[in-house]
Design a protein around this ligand. Structure first.
Ligand SMILES: [Zn+2]
Length: 160
């Protein structure tokens, strides 16, 4: 459509004009649809590449933070397992309440180290089992004491 010119109403068009317009409209619609599909495919393709890159960077950062905290469970000594899809070692924020950024603790750990602060002052590295035990005991210290003394009476654990 030329600037400053309105298209003729449909009933004022010649037969040829009508056919021509219908053809153009149909073509444009197909082109629009094609372009939309191409854009979506491009977006999805690059989105997955970006996600992989992001995941690799996060994995690298997480490993750096794990090494800064000694690379093994601070309680039982379980070593970092590089083959595990989900890390067997977890970060535990020692100062409560939690920051609410649990998934990105390693960024905080790297930041502390960068600023010359030993991250061990604020974070613990625990294997999943020790982290779970730690969390349950922290949440219910009285129950934990009762349960531990029960297990001791049963001879399952020996605190001496
Ligand atoms: Zn452990």
């Amino acid at each position: 459509m030329r600037r400053g010119r309105r298209p003729l109403p449909h009933d004022e068009l010649t037969e040829g004009g009508k056919i021509s317009r219908e053809y153009r409209e149909k073509m444009n619609q197909n082109e629009v649809e094609e372009t939309r599909k191409k854009r979506k495919a491009y977006y999805l393709k690059n989105k997955s590449i970006q996600q992989i890159q992001k995941r690799n960077i996060n994995k690298k950062r997480r490993l750096e933070a794990t090494e800064l905290l000694g690379g093994k469970c601070m309680s039982c000594g379980e070593l970092y397992n590089p083959a595990a899809r989900i890390s067997n070692l977890q970060f535990d924020h020692l100062s409560y309440p939690r920051s609410g950024r649990k998934a990105f603790y390693y960024y905080d750990i790297l930041e502390l180290a960068k600023n010359g602060v030993d991250p061990k002052e604020q974070f613990a590295l625990l294997c999943r089992t020790c982290h779970m035990i730690d969390t349950f005991i922290r949440k219910n210290p009285q129950k934990a004491i009762l349960q531990i003394s029960r297990l001791e009476k049963l001879g399952i654990i020996d605190l001496n």
